[in-house]
Write a protein that binds this ligand. Sequence first.
Ligand code: ZN
Length: 220
Amino acid sequence: MTTTIQPTATPATPVFATVPANLPENTIAVFGTLGGTVVALTKDPETFRTNTAAFAWVCLGCGSQSAYAHPRETARDSANGHAGQCRSLPMPPAPAPILAQVEITSFGYLHGTPPTAHITVDLRHHYRDPHVRPELRHLTAHDQTVRDTVLGTAGIPALLDSLTATIAAYAAGPRTGPITIAVGCAGGRHRAATVAAELAHRIPGATLIHRDLHQSVVER
Ligand SMILES: [Zn+2]
């Protein structure tokens, strides 16, 4: 005798869309979509007092929209219908571009006073120094091996992310003008130059100066 075990139907997992902050200004209702975004039912603020067909919808997931030419019930039903079919997933918000002028300087503490800057980053004590490896000592951040070593150091990727966020926070302040960042390590040839160059790469339009990269190796 064989026993057949009937699979139990898995109940559909409901998706609860959260109401996003970027709804159109004239939204009067939102419908959660299948994919977890929303369809916003909107009224045309210019014409809705005189025109009974002044309603429309826009899907914040896939971007579909209707024209402002529907009676309220028609627009609502059509918005609800789209929400029941749209599988478009919510997109992560794009980081705001940094519009301020950003000037990045790498330097070595062994070669003199740090340059004046709004943000000074000292990499000397907490991040491994490629200088201690003889095969890297006479190379610089211009060499891929050095860049790979520095960018592969634990903590450096997170530091780059947080520096980018810090610069964006300065750029969001009410005062304009260039934002200056100085990145230092012992000799200024490996860690500081690599981090400064990677930071400049992440911020379109940033200027980059390697103050001490071409200095000769300090024996220590
Ligand atoms: Zn959609």
